[in-house]
Design a protein around this ligand. Structure first.
Ligand SMILES: [Zn+2]
Length: 512
């Protein structure tokens, strides 16, 4: 359009003035509204996009689940540090990704990386492809990936090969839709999550830490706080003391630090009359407490007691009944040799009344992750040495070192030597962090559910990321079948997770 220069000058000035006025009055508002409408209009229906490709996702997930990726000592080589099965699963996914034109890398058989996009920053998705042994009693073979009742049944279906496929599929979807990314997205494939996490140790020794990330290996909506976890052992040398009416020969309970011991055993010796009396009291005690146990005379003057508690995970000791503590508390009033009495008394005093660490002087709590918990496990006593172990889970805002120092000081009162066997500091991403906010928005948009933030006393794979949270795959209300026979993933949930991961990838890596 040609314009008369004079009129044009006037018109232009008028136009500028109108624009100026509009912006001044409500222009910015209008602008904002238009942006919202625009993104509404161009918003991708992620669930629909996944649905369109559902058959491929199901077929590939089944194929992947058919690979038995249990750690296999017998086939370990330098290139296959965890054996044939895990190597096969890792190669399967890396080859597939390569055929789809992703940049892939195999980290000496310890881990894999599938990368998309360019940019300074990176978004990591941390999965694992190893599975726990199948065990017995499956309805269909554990590596047949049978589909029944809208579910895929296989070892690894929910932990973590199914979700790994959902995340990989999500990445494929973002690529296929040619969505612009300003950050790199890295799908990191761990191979040793179920045993020692050597995969991630190796990976992060050689590769960069993603700027932010999530691990689809726990629960939806989002776990943003994981307590610090410390495994601590105490030891004593037992000196010979004066003889007493009864002798404690052996006391033991617990096999693993992160479990509440469900069985404790005490081997006693003494005069028959004393033992008879103790046995009667033990049986009465079991009846009163409604607990199972046994008292067996293994000789005229030898009695073995077995007390059955209730096992529970070390992160929720209050949910169990600690057989070691219960049996120690029962035995404390009897006249054993002095050294044994002090051991039993100490256990009782420190652990009988609660699992929050009050008696140990380390009780504390915070709003984000709740109370510190203490699980007493691995009790052992004989006439030469004694020990016990604690699995402590402290709140995310607590100082782990101070907590351990206090513990050491407290236990030195009992003459114990303390050893920290393992210590994982807390993992916590603030509720206001863009990573958390973004995932919350995606979750709410797609599911219509409240994207509440969760904390855990357990250790999820997400804690190996510097700034990472756990995001799925188990939806609220779903049964956790990980590590169990007939493990499955609901197909509906697999599709839902893929759609959530795809939008999460786009929102996290596609922004400015
Ligand atoms: Zn897992």
């Amino acid at each position: 359009m040609r314009i008369n220069p004079v009129a044009n000058d006037y018109n232009l000035r008028r136009l500028y003035f109108t624009i100026f006025l509009q912006i001044k009055q409500n222009g910015m508002l209008n602008f904002k509204k238009r942006k919202e409408n625009e993104s509404e209009m161009t918003r991708i229906d992620w669930r629909l996009e996944v649905e369109k490709r559902k058959d491929v996702l199901l077929a590939e997930t089944q194929e992947f689940l058919k690979i038995n990726s249990v750690f296999d000592e017998a086939t370990i080589t330098k290139e296959r540090p965890f054996g044939n099965g895990i190597d096969q699963a890792l190669s399967y996914l890396l080859n597939k990704a390569e055929s789809y034109d992703f940049t892939v890398k195999n980290l000496d058989g310890y881990a894999g990386k599938i990368e998309l996009g360019t940019g300074e920053e990176s978004v990591g998705i941390l999965c694992h492809i190893d599975v726990v042994p199948a065990g017995e009693g499956w309805t269909s073979p554990p590596f047949s990936a049978d589909i029944r009742n809208g579910r895929i049944y296989a070892r690894g279906a929910i932990d973590n090969k199914g979700p790994t496929m959902a995340a990989f599929f999500a990445l494929c979807l973002v690529k296929e839709l040619k969505l612009p990314l300003t950050k790199r997205v890295q799908l990191i494939l761990g191979t040793d999550e179920e045993r020692g996490w050597r995969c991630v140790d190796h990976y992060f020794k050689h590769e960069e830490m993603p700027t932010v990330g999530f691990a689809p290996d726990a629960d939806f909506p989002i776990i943003h706080a994981e307590k610090g976890i410390a495994d601590v052992l105490f030891e004593w040398t037992v000196e010979q003391g004066a003889a007493a009416a009864l002798t404690l020969r052996k006391f033991s309970a617990g096999e693993r630090l992160n479990m509440v011991p469900d069985r404790a055993i005490a081997e006693l010796e003494g005069e028959r009359a004393e033992l008879d009396q103790l046995e009667r009291r033990f049986r009465k005690h079991l009846l009163e407490q409604q607990h199972n146990g046994e008292a067996i005379f293994t000789g005229d003057e030898q009695l073995t007691l077995m007390y059955e508690g209730v096992a529970a995970h070390g992160s929720t000791p209050e949910a169990g009944i600690n057989a070691g503590v219960e049996l120690a508390a029962f035995l404390t009033p009897f006249s054993f040799q002095e050294q044994a009495v002090s051991y039993l008394r100490m256990i009782t005093a420190l652990l009988k009344n609660g699992t929050r660490g009050e008696a140990l002087g380390i009780a504390q709590e915070d709003q984000v992750s709740g109370r510190l918990t203490v699980n007493g496990s691995l009790f052992s006593w004989d006439e030469k040495e004694a020990g016990f172990g604690l699995n402590i889970r402290y709140p995310v805002t607590a100082d782990g070192q101070t907590c351990l120092q206090r513990l050491e000081q407290k236990m030195s009162e009992f003459g114990a030597k303390m050893m920290v066997k393992d210590h994982m500091t807390p993992s916590y991403v603030d509720a206001k962090h863009p990573l958390v906010r973004t995932l919350q928005a995606v979750y709410q948009r797609q599911t219509g559910e409240e994207p509440s933030l969760l904390s855990t006393g357990g250790g999820t794979y997400a804690r190996t990321l510097a700034t990472g949270v756990a995001f799925g795959p188990l939806f609220p209300g779903r049964k956790d079948v990980a590590h169990q026979k007939d493990e499955y993933i609901e197909i509906e949930d697999l599709l839902k997770a893929a759609a959530l991961y795809a939008e999460a990838i786009y929102e996290l890596a596609g922004g400015q």
